[in-house]
Design a protein around this ligand. Sequence first.
Ligand SMILES: Cc1cc2nc3c(=O)[nH]c(=O)nc-3n(C[C@H](O)[C@H](O)[C@H](O)COP(=O)(O)OP(=O)(O)OC[C@H]3O[C@@H](n4cnc5c(N)ncnc54)[C@H](O)[C@@H]3O)c2cc1C
Length: 469
Amino acid sequence: MKYDCIIVGAGPAGAFCAYEFMQKNKDLKILLIDKGHDIYNRKCPVNEHKIDKCPINKLGISGCNPACSITNGFGGAGAFSDGKFNITTEFGGWLTDYLDDRLVLDLIKYVDSINLKYGATEEITNPTTDKIRDIERRGLAVGLKLLRSQVRHLGTEKNLEILTKIYEDLAKQVDMRFKTEVADILVKDNKVYGVLLRNGEEIYADNVFLAVGRDGSTWLESICKKNNIHMTHNQVDIGVRVETNDVIMEEINKNLYEGKFLFRTSVGTIVRTFCSNPSGHVVVENHSGTMLANGHAYASKSLGSNNTNFALLVSHRFSEPFDLPNEYAHQVSKLANELSCGSIIVQRYGDICKGRRSTQKRIDEGFVKPSLKEAVPGDLGLVLPYNTMKSIIEMIEALDHVTPGIANEHTLFYGVEAKFYSARPEIKNNFETKIEGLYVGGDGAGLTRGLAQAGANGVYVARCIVDKL
Ligand SMILES: Cc1cc2nc3c(=O)[nH]c(=O)nc-3n(C[C@H](O)[C@H](O)[C@H](O)COP(=O)(O)OP(=O)(O)OC[C@H]3O[C@@H](n4cnc5c(N)ncnc54)[C@H](O)[C@@H]3O)c2cc1C
């Protein structure tokens, strides 16, 4: 049997693509493939069996077979997240590099309406209150741009319920195969004609949409390389996680929950705040063997700390002769790991300004008690490049005008925090590569970094394919 389209990856990009095909023409033959499980069987053995370590599967590789159930399968990488659906084109991806701003927003609103149809809460944040305008005005006065967005908090349990209902509707019309890994695409005379599965099976289609997410980005790179599709490396974001007392962040926490600010520094870099966690904890994230700072907050107030943490990230782009942004960020972060004997460094802002390391004594004397006890007091000045450190200092001083006290000497910086992005294949404005019928989208193609734009991307690709069929 030949399909009209094979979609590889059942994350938001792939799932909403399948959904749109279903809406446009019920007679289309669509196949959705994912190497993870269907929505009912995405169960992490660590949680299911209350064990403290990921079990070793038959291949001798840690994790579920063939792919980790937390990040793979129907619903994709964020299926178990609390699902913050951001209705904005200002962040969450780069679709506006290809499509008109208004169109991207319409697509995002369309995906939002699908979530609502399947039971999402009607509740949505209002980013235009007088208080928020006041915060915005104070920010603009010192060169800080507040990125405002309506946010629909789907909530972890609700997110899964919505995904299950979408899955059940899709299953009525779309063929779906899970625990099925695509190994290659089939191409002849510069035209795609199907996919090759890991088990050697070939499946045929005139169109293939690769929506493989961050987990599949290395595989996507290898496919592009093999088929001479040029790729450009994206930016990499490097910076620190800032931790301060809740009381200093009270106004932002109360009115915005997360204040997303952008700042252009005197050295020409762009710094942004990211992932704010009121009453949260700083944590260590193991990213392929590199230890990075990160943060989270429990929903339950009883588990909360008295501190708020958020990231300050500086975007770095490279061109030639060196163009390996992710590798660069790994190297910088690994230096912090070396200097802290395999952990991450914590330093008081006051010590950074004085050009001296933090010691355990200085941290203990500070007014902000570190929520991450294992961080090692040290000197981030020995790790972060001059422009990066200067950018972070300028940003925190600017933020001090909006949240007075954030730049006090007791504020803690943990480093390094880094955000990696997938490389981007060369595509036309309809997300088709130079191989006829081969489309790419979502986080894996370096086009999006969030639920909203990933879903919007999938919907748009379905519409483009339907138009040409
Ligand atoms: C813990 C966590 C929390 C998050 N919270 C939020 C949030 O609150 N708000 C927000 O906007 N964003 C959030 N995100 C980001 C969001 O989840 C992603 O931006 C989004 O899922 C990307 O969608 P995607 O479809 O491009 O890729 P993914 O969701 O990554 O889906 C890709 C799918 O492709 C499959 N796949 C990969 N390679 C192959 C192959 N070779 N063969 C078959 N299948 C393959 C994978 O199994 C996977 O299921 C979060 C992410 C994580 C990890």
